[in-house]
Design a binder for this molecule. Structure first.
Ligand SMILES: [Zn+2]
Length: 374
């Protein structure tokens, strides 16, 4: 059987390596360091008593007029914001304010999610309130090498705990907080969408030139172009991939095929994220077996079919993302360009988009990739 062998450049520069590490383990973010006490212990999951106080029942506010008024006064005093009377999403911040476990820096970062709360109509507010009220965070040491040194932090949904293995930057905190607000089963969607949200709402680098999970966010953006960002956001928020399968099936083939294609891609991204780059060379054979390689190529052909049969509202963006996906992600070349286009943030969406070059990469052609559309 013919084996595919695609090589990554043997002589990776430090810059390239740091970029590869970035998607593997959420590293290399530069921002202010939040002050959390030094590492001291191994994480031991412990059930905490859950505070069931809630201001929502499903998505309805259940406070009476006085409680509502007092909560608003309290939030306005603590957060120094003016809360619009007609906006019920601000009451989610009340859960963060009342949280007994987070420190002031962490809360400050959490409050910045308000624009995302306002933009996402699919949130289950009762559930998000309960999670925010009870989430804990701890700094822990890695246990006997079971936790890879590339993993800086993680969120454990079943215990509602955020764990930091290193003193976290603001963006690491924002990333884990994002998992706490929304978490789904599919690896590519949970990491790609979470990072897309962090980039658009929390980072100064809105289009992810220097943040983590470039491959995963690009794949999420590709799905957004194929089925619409609103459908992808709905699938992510409700943890229901059938929404994406159904929409993909409308473009081409059937639901079963769409599900299979996405499953294969999920497996690919998961394995890619876990593989070591220390040997300076990655081939498919390092992490996919023969059968998986065949399946992977089959999925690529299907995706190609989806792309070709889509009547894109935004042809340039779809072309760019698909080329990025096939050339850069699949063939393990370093990503040196990003699509400066917003998918979720209503504020950013008003800005239009262009295809931007990641700075200090030597291989770009100004004329070719400069402003395509404004
Ligand atoms: Zn993550």
């Amino acid at each position: 059987m013919k084996r595919f062998k695609l090589k990554l450049n043997i002589n990776l520069s430090d810059k390239t390596l740091s970029r590869v590490r970035t998607f593997c383990g959420f590293a290399v973010l530069s921002c202010n360091i939040a002050s959390i006490n030094m590492l001291s212990r191994v994480y031991v999951p412990q059930r905490r008593e859950v505070d069931n106080y809630n201001v929502y029942s499903e998505n309805e506010l259940v406070l009476d007029a006085d409680e509502r008024k007092n909560t608003i006064i309290n939030l306005e005093n603590e957060l120094h914001v003016q809360i619009p009377d007609s906006n019920d999403n601000y009451f989610l911040l009340d859960a963060i304010l009342k949280n007994k476990y987070l420190n002031a820096e962490e809360k400050e970062i959490f409050y910045k999610y308000i624009d995302y709360f306002n933009d996402n109509k699919y949130l289950d507010k009762e559930k998000v309130y309960r999670t925010l009220l009870n989430v804990d965070s701890q700094e822990c040491i890695r246990f006997l090498g079971l936790v890879s040194s590339r993993i800086l932090a993680c969120y454990i949904p079943s215990y509602n705990d955020i764990i930091y293995y290193e003193t976290p930057t603001d963006l690491t905190i924002a990333h884990e907080q994002g998992h706490c607000i929304g978490c789904c089963d599919a690896y590519w969607l949970t990491e790609g969408m979470n990072q897309l949200i962090v980039n658009e709402y929390m980072a100064s680098d809105h289009f992810g030139k220097s943040t983590s999970y470039l491959f995963e966010t690009n794949f999420v953006k590709l799905m957004c172009e194929l089925v619409g960002a609103d459908k992808v956001l709905e699938a992510y928020t409700k943890n229901d991939l059938n929404i994406i399968y159904k929409s993909l099936a409308r473009i081409c083939y059937d639901e079963e095929t769409a599900k299979h294609v996405i499953d294969i891609m999920n497996n690919f991204f998961k394995k890619l994220s876990a593989c070591s780059v220390s040997h300076h060379e990655i081939t498919y054979q390092d992490f996919l077996d023969d059968e998986e390689i065949i399946e992977f190529y089959w999925a690529r052909v299907c995706l190609d079919g989806y792309v070709k049969t889509t009547k894109p509202t935004d042809e340039n963006a779809l072309d760019f993302l698909y080329n990025e996906f096939t050339c850069n992600v699949v063939e393990f070349k370093t990503i040196d360009k990003v699509l400066e286009k917003a998918y979720i943030s209503s504020k950013l969406k008003k800005q239009g988009f262009n295809i931007g070059i990641i700075e200090d990469v030597m291989t770009y052609n100004d004329k070719e990739y400069s402003l395509i559309k404004k």
